[in-house]
Design a protein around this ligand. Sequence first.
Ligand SMILES: NC(=O)c1ccc[n+]([C@@H]2O[C@H](COP(=O)([O-])OP(=O)(O)OC[C@H]3O[C@@H](n4cnc5c(N)ncnc54)[C@H](OP(=O)(O)O)[C@@H]3O)[C@@H](O)[C@H]2O)c1
Length: 432
Amino acid sequence: MRVHGWREELYYVVSRVKIGTAVVVFPMSAPPFIRQAWCSTLQAALSVQGPRRVARARICLRTAHCGGGFMCGFVPSPKRWWWFVINTAPTNFFIMDALQPFVDQTRSFVKTSPWWISSLVALGSFGAARLAYQTLSVFLQTFILSGTSLRKFGAKKGAWAVVTGASDGIGKEFATQLAGRGFNVLLVARNAAVLSTVGQEIESKYPGTQTAIHTIDFAKADEAAYEAFARQVAALDVGVLVNNVGKSHAYPAYLVDTPLDEMRDIVQINVNATLRVTYSVLPGMIKQKRGLILNIGSFAGSVPSPMLATYSGTKAFLSTFTSALAEEVRQHKIVVEHVNTHFVVSKLSKIRHSSLLVPTPKSYVRSVLTKIGLACGAAYSGRPETSTPYWSHALLDWLINAVGMPWVFILYTHNLHKDIRRRALKKLAKTQ
Ligand SMILES: NC(=O)c1ccc[n+]([C@@H]2O[C@H](COP(=O)([O-])OP(=O)(O)OC[C@H]3O[C@@H](n4cnc5c(N)ncnc54)[C@H](OP(=O)(O)O)[C@@H]3O)[C@@H](O)[C@H]2O)c1
């Protein structure tokens, strides 16, 4: 075996929040009390953030003390995750050996090349390493890490979940799965009979769960309607609000060809209802010092969508609104999240069969509820508090952001919508 240099003499303990933050390195040959002191400091820092993580961290740290090879651990948390890689045994030096030719070649390249070429290569390597790191992080968040537990928001403690647009599609599934996870549910939509049936289904599926309904037409709701809604939620301990109700265009159309009432309804439902419902629910959450607000967004909000311009604009509103509100209410321990969604099987999408990119509401909602607090595919995209949790949507979102040429996707969407409109008009003509 070769004699190894300083690289082999190091423990790497890396604790990080975002790219470019604290990296702590200290020598393996450091006296045990220094290693102990560092591990205790890390443990203390983690203990501020919850017992489950401390337990995991402790296991990793203990292994680190004992030695025993190359070890990699990570400690998930909703807003950040900690990870560390520790090389504790010479048996793993083969990794260093494998890398050595690359290191030697790089060294000789730097020595023999003009400074500006070396600088360009260094910049390129930094970019590649950054992309690799971010991709790994997106994969970990999407496929491995679990999000914040719903218990933090009152699950199994008698708290209520308020779900708008709960009679069908994604909203109905949110209501059902939130009941399954220990919330009572307030179902909100226009049709009392349908809502009551959904309520009965939930109560028989999850005995002990209470359901209530509230009928409101968000397209036409006036002050009196919103006051009645506010009165009903004020009487409940609301732990979760899902701003799910949404309306899209009947079919793609240029703005000048869009019926005025369709445009108005989309704004009323997607923007005004979200504002007013949130406004009614927030005071109770602030009083309870806990809450989760999920705003159901769309890829049409992140990729400007010609021929669905009004829908696209209202969904973009949700993203910025969420980021701003999340910062306002963080101090009250309320989490606000914008959930970026590609197609899901539903009446709104007019897609009846699931596929790789089009999940059923059941799998889509499961992914949302298990990834609370993790950005998944929306990580590193400059959209604070946005999450793209469903795995294929996450990979697509990550790809769109990594490519970084929005006009490509806008052009693609425009052509797609021209085609959908042509087919929709043809179908309409046949039925008339
Ligand atoms: N499905 C997708 O592919 C997809 C993709 C991206 C984003 N999203 C978003 O996901 C959310 C849910 O969509 P979905 O596909 O589940 O829709 P959906 O199947 O059409 O369900 C819509 C729900 O909203 C209710 N609703 C509609 N208009 C209403 C109004 N004026 N007042 C009160 N309630 C109303 C409906 O009940 P009533 O008709 O009985 O009132 C129903 O419960 C929307 O925000 C949508 O933009 C969906």
